[in-house]
Design a protein around this ligand. Structure first.
Ligand code: HEC
Length: 124
């Protein structure tokens, strides 16, 4: 009896763990797709190459406007912002409201999409 209970508990734990990682993979895939659609025209995340705009690898925890070799707007370079989930949330919601003078002017109005993209940025 005791063994049966333990086995049942183990089974539940196992299926929960599987479920979690499937959900995480689904989120990551959705994040990659959204990133390509919403940001990919301007930003790279798979490489550290700057196109016409800065690459976004390792963004969370970094000071805004600090990638070597990219010519930022003075507004962003001198903003004093450190990128975190919260500061990214404000910037993506309305970049020019947060950093007047920034050269990124697109607003991203969908909160679920912002969260998914920020999770992707946090994982790279
Ligand atoms: C039409 C082009 C364009 C699109 C689309 C775009 N960006 Fe940007 N992004 C820029 C430019 C230009 C800059 C540099 C801004 C500056 O120098 O003021 C920038 C800067 C940034 C920065 C700051 C980088 C740093 O090194 O401090 C982040 C973070 C960022 N973008 C995130 C995103 C995300 C996430 C998306 C998609 C949801 C996105 N951007 C879509 C053009 C774009």
């Amino acid at each position: 009896m005791r063994n049966a209970v333990l086995a049942a508990v183990a089974l539940v734990a196992l299926s929960w763990a599987t479920h979690e990682s499937v959900a995480q993979e689904a989120d990551a895939a959705a994040g990659e797709r959204l990133f390509r659609q919403r940001c990919g025209a301007c930003h790279q995340i798979a490489t550290t190459r700057n196109g016409a705009r800065p690459h976004l690898q390792g963004m969370v925890g970094r000071a805004a406007g600090s990638i070597e070799g990219f010519n930022y707007s003075p507004a962003l370079r001198d903003s004093g912002i450190t990128w975190t989930a919260d500061t990214l949330e404000s910037y993506l919601t309305n970049p020019t409201a947060m950093v007047p003078g920034t050269r990124m002017v697109q607003r991203f109005n969908n909160a679920v999409e912002r969260r998914t993209i920020i999770e992707l940025l946090s994982s790279r």
